[in-house]
Design a protein around this ligand. Structure first.
Ligand SMILES: [Zn+2]
Length: 278
């Protein structure tokens, strides 16, 4: 790691201490027994960074999940969370955001090896135009997405068309973001998505939320905590999985812990923005 810059070393030290502090928070407030939804982006895409996990790490996570956890489809999870009388127990749901080539090349074979279902939220404009996602994410083709969608382990969701934040658009533009993605997924894959993921996990404006509720049966944000029975299925929490989690913090997140990481990161971001603004 001799090539790492002082800045990236400082960032990684901060990340490690942040996770350590978040883990301490779990002792004060133990993770609940609800359903934890994990966020992944890419596996083995070779782009580096916190959104790209190594295939080996991903495989080890799936092996552990298959051996120790109840892994659910998004449909089953939403049904359990929505059912007041339902027998909701601890469970895990895997989700992927955006739409890159590794989904078919690396992610699906790994899911099949461990027989684990996952939901893939697609931002359709990148796929349709063949334009890279930020951070050098190579877009999956419609043909490959069709192959992915044909697996019984796979659920396809809507992640808007252009990946625009829905807290700041006027209603007509919000509707284009939701409906254009649905149209393209219908046209190319012959399906109508039931599930939605807000871009960058930023909650929508009231108008956006209403438009989402009218079109889908669930919507996901961030929050790094599990979802108890009777949680709002249009504001589900998800826990982002990063390479820097390692085994230890991955397992804590899968069990619904590490909520403090989300709180601390938000606070740090606020301080950073305030410093930039002053
Ligand atoms: Zn995204």
């Amino acid at each position: 790691m001799s090539s790492a810059s002082p800045r990236s070393l400082a960032t990684s030290a901060l990340r490690t201490s942040l996770k350590g502090t978040a883990a301490l928070g779990d002792a004060v407030q133990p993770p609940s027994s609800g359903i934890t939804i994990l966020i992944y982006h890419r596996v083995g895409a070779g782009a580096g960074g916190q959104m790209d996990l190594s295939p080996e790490a991903f495989d080890a996570q799936l092996a552990w999940l298959a051996a120790t956890q109840r892994v659910l489809t998004m449909d089953a999870a939403v049904a359990e969370i929505d059912d007041i009388a339902g027998p909701t127990g601890p469970g895990v749901v895997l989700t992927f955001d955006d739409g890159t080539t590794d989904w078919l090349d690396t992610v699906l074979p790994a899911l099949e090896r461990h027989h684990i279902p996952a939901t893939f939220y697609v931002a359709t404009d990148f796929v349709d135009r063949g334009v890279a996602f930020p951070g050098d994410g190579q877009p999956i083709s419609w043909a490959s997405l069709g192959d992915l969608a044909s697996s019984e382990l796979v659920t396809i969701g809507n992640h808007t068309h252009q990946h625009l934040l829905l807290d700041r658009l006027e209603l007509p533009a919000i509707e284009v973001e939701l409906d254009r993605a649905n149209e393209l997924l219908g046209e190319h894959l012959g399906l109508k998505p039931d599930h939605f993921a807000y871009p960058k996990a930023v909650a929508g404006s009231p108008a956006a939320e209403e438009a989402v509720r009218a079109r889908f049966t669930s919507a996901v944000l961030a929050g790094t905590r599990s979802n108890d029975r009777d949680a709002d299925v249009y504001r589900l929490s998800r826990s982002p999985i990063q390479p820097s989690d390692g085994d230890k913090w991955f397992r804590r997140k899968a069990l619904g812990g590490m909520h403090l990481e989300d709180d601390l990161r938000r606070t740090l971001n606020r301080l950073r923005y305030r410093r930039l603004a002053s």
